[in-house]
Design a protein around this ligand. Structure first.
Ligand code: GTB
Length: 223
């Protein structure tokens, strides 16, 4: 059964791949699962038909037969569980890869999102500039720890896994909007390795094609 993913009809990032459907597209490309995309407008996201799929009125959602999912963590986990390629067979290695997925979403992403919120929603406040170093240092704390753990390894725990897919996706958001990632050369190289994966390129091109209106440059599973 071909799953359907929802994505922004017009992404505010103008095709930079930062909206979270890219993570889901990437996971589907890694396991070789073709998929369809349904584009939704900001207005449609808040209407009953979409709210029935996503209680918070957001993208992405994932529909596959009777199954309907929201939350990228849950969606990528489902894809990784169902098809081979994103989780190791060994039970303990699998549990560790899943741990890295959670770490990406629960521990590394929050301070990165906090910076975004601080700039977007509080940037005009008189105290905003004063607060920013604190916000950015919270990111540095996490990146320093992550950098120490990664060391000179290619991936976080052996072979590339859903944990790396999620961590690279989270760090990409930072790469696009600040120079902080450059302070950690091994993390910058880690993100570059993720971006160099053919599956990531196909996912990126497919989401960019929504913005440009032109077919993706690379062959994509997206229908
Ligand atoms: N926790 C949820 C998940 O992981 O699936 C969060 C989903 C989410 O934040 N969805 C966003 C959304 O639908 C799009 S991805 N927002 C619309 C709304 O809430 O009304 C977040 C996002 C949006 C835009 C950019 N950008 O332009 O750079 C980057 C990331």
């Amino acid at each position: 059964m071909i799953p359907t993913v929802t994505a922004f009809e017009r992404s505010p990032d103008r095709g930079k791949g930062l909206a979270r459907d890219t993570r889901v597209r990437w996971a589907l490309e890694e396991v070789g699962q073709p998929y369809k995309v349904r584009l939704v407008s900001f207005r449609a996201m808040k209407e009953p038909a979409h709210l029935a799929l996503h209680p918070f009125g957001q993208i992405p959602t994932y529909e596959e037969g009777d199954l309907s999912l929201f939350e990228t963590g849950a969606i990528v986990f489902h894809i990784a569980e169902r098809d081979a390629g994103l989780l190791p067979g060994d039970v303990n290695a699998r549990a560790r890869a899943i741990t890295w997925m959670f770490a990406a979403l629960s521990t590394v992403e929050p301070p990165i999102l906090e910076r975004k919120t601080a700039r977007l929603l509080e940037g005009d406040k008189s105290w905003s500039e004063q607060r920013m170093p604190t916000v950015e240092n919270r990111i540095r704390d996490r990146l320093g720890q992550l950098s120490g753990r990664l060391g000179d390894a290619d991936w976080l725990d052996g072979a590339f896994s859903a944990g790396d897919l999620m961590m690279v996706s989270v760090l990409l958001r930072l790469k696009a909007s600040s120079g902080i990632l450059d302070e950690y050369p091994n993390l910058s190289a880690y993100v570059a390795r993720g971006e160099a994966r053919p599956a990531y390129k196909r996912a990126f091109d497919a989401q960019l094609a929504v913005f440009t209106g032109k077919p993706p440059a690379s062959l994509s599973g997206a229908a």
